[in-house]
Write a protein that binds this ligand. Structure first.
Ligand code: F6P
Length: 501
């Protein structure tokens, strides 16, 4: 599958990116795509038209179009768990397939319940604050969207708590009054330890359990663990993966913080992108181009890590959100059929908000020995009136991508910039719910399509289970009731207990 890729990479490794740009300046225009409010420019990727053609042939061979159709139709794309991954049905009616239609109807019914709940909570003047408890996919998406789009004078303040470290919930609750606070416990399984522990703390602190709500696919467990009545539970389903779930009632904190119309706009924005990703030929398909570029950088050019830098303070949580989306989905070393993957899968995703990160890790991006492909994300029109700041921000965004690609020679090797460092520039016309929906759907589909290209399952995450099992088994040893079997862990517990007793 990847043999042509390797041959193209060998050819291009002898042609510097700077030379590719010089030979074909028209690529600045031709390697760009626009979908609604989202513009993407791939001209600074280290490939040329010939390599792109080969990538398009790879897409055809991997049948990416058919794979998109299988996803939206609700086929069991999560093969190891024999489940669909129907996040597209949460945000639109994009497929006529029976499974997708049934899922969409359930999603619409849940959305109507959510709408009524949001209206009731907004109308209750006693409620000023909401505490949302969840972790991973039950936290990162809603937290990031609220942080990105919240207005300064919102009707409700929404706080997020995820960590097992009770320092997090202690800090949040310290500033709140129970009688003015509403709690939401979000957990697809309702079996996640951190969430249950924090949920119990919140329930006891609230004193009045009529102000505690849940979003879960496991209603009975929500009742058993926290005594939450069915009328205060919004549904989740096994056909939605946790990290793809912000479009469901898991997005309740978003709707409470931003209002229901903004939440619906977010869904519409994502659904519009779904239609693009499903119905557009590979050469113009932004999700496919992004996925092919990722596989090119990882597989052909051997990049072990991928950085993402939003140049917008409101998108500061995007790197953390994308870490879960990409690495929980693509961090696999066996194929769907259980055989080892004969390729390098997920790079390590990392990043930070610009321009801050220019003053921390950018030294390594410009002069380090590893080449790190970058996704730069910018917003063309700001939401504030400080034009000078925004111009400076945009100039920095453009400058970094240019400097990384072009470099700058110098006789003094310490002061020389090698250049040749690839990046993609993603720009939103403005940061509103509709545009953000596009951006998030782009990454979701790119991740799925990368998984298809590698032949792996983007929708399970068995890799996180072992650590949870080991942690549970260690509790008796930490309490001094037994001795840990593992010698190193036993020594570490000895240290902890010697200080902690
Ligand atoms: O630990 C990983 C994980 O299973 C994620 O995939 C998931 O988003 C998160 O935990 C939270 O799970 P739940 O929503 O079931 O509490």
């Amino acid at each position: 599958m990847f043999s042509h890729l390797a041959a193209e990479a060998e050819r291009l490794k002898t042609i510097p990116l700077q030379q590719l740009m010089r030979q074909d300046p028209q690529r600045a225009q031709d390697f760009a795509l626009r979908v609604g409010p989202l513009y993407a420019n791939f001209a600074r990727q280290h490939y040329d038209r010939q390599a792109l053609d080969m990538l398009f042939r790879l897409a055809a061979k991997a049948e990416l179009g058919a794979a998109m159709q299988r996803l939206v139709d609700g086929e069991a794309v999560n093969v190891s768990e024999q489940r669909a991954a129907l996040h597209t049905a949460l945000r639109g009616d994009i497929s006529a397939a029976q499974a997708a239609q049934a899922a969409h109807r359930e999603a619409q019914a849940a959305l109507a319940r959510m709408q009524a709940l949001v209206a009731a909570i907004h109308a209750d003047e006693r409620i000023t604050d909401v505490v949302s408890i969840g972790i991973g996919g039950s936290d990162l998406g809603p937290r990031m969207v609220v942080d990105a789009l919240q207005k300064t004078h919102a009707r409700l303040r929404v706080h997020f708590v995820s960590n097992a470290d009770a320092a997090a919930i202690s800090r949040v609750l310290a500033g709140l009054k129970p009688e003015n606070t509403l709690g939401i416990v979000i957990s697809k399984s309702f079996g996640t330890q951190e969430t249950l522990l924090n949920g119990r703390i919140l329930r006891d602190w609230l004193e009045d359990d009529t102000r505690l709500y849940a979003v879960t696919a496991n209603q009975s467990r929500a009742a058993d663990e926290l005594g939450i009545a069915p009328e205060r539970i919004l549904p989740m389903w096994d056909w939605v993966g946790g990290r793809y779930s912000l479009w469901s009632a898991v997005g309740l904190p978003i709707a409470l913080a931003l209002g229901m119309p903004a939440f619906v706009e977010l869904l519409k924005g994502a659904s519009a992108f779904d239609a693009h990703a499903l119905g557009t030929p590979v050469a113009e398909n932004l999700a496919m181009r992004h996925a092919l570029t990722a596989v090119w950088n990882r597989q052909a050019m051997g990049a072990a890590t991928q950085a993402v830098m939003p140049y917008d303070q409101r998108l500061a949580l995007m790197p953390a959100y994308l870490q879960q989306l990409t690495m929980e989905s693509l961090g696999k070393c066996v194929r769907c059929d259980g055989q080892p993957v004969e390729a390098n899968t997920s790079p390590v995703w990392w990043g930070g908000v610009g321009s801050d990160c220019q003053h921390s890790f950018f030294q390594a991006l410009h002069q380090g020995s590893e080449i790190v492909p970058c996704d730069f994300i910018g917003v063309i029109r700001p939401d504030h009136g400080f034009a000078e700041n925004h111009q400076l921000l945009l100039c920095n965004l453009l400058a970094q991508s240019q400097a990384l690609a072009n470099g700058k020679p110098c006789d003094d090797p310490h002061r020389a910039y090698p250049g040749g460092r690839p990046s993609t520039l993603l720009m939103l016309d403005r940061l509103d719910a509709f545009a953000l929906g596009h951006l998030l759907a782009l990454y979701e589909h790119s991740v799925y399509l990368q998984a298809v290209l590698w032949g792996i399952n983007a929708f399970d995450q068995f890799g996180v289970e072992l650590g949870k099992q080991v942690a549970s088994a260690l509790l008796p040893a930490l309490r001094g009731e037994s001795v840990a079997e593992d010698a190193v862990t036993a020594a570490l517990i000895g240290q902890i207990r010697s200080i902690d007793s």
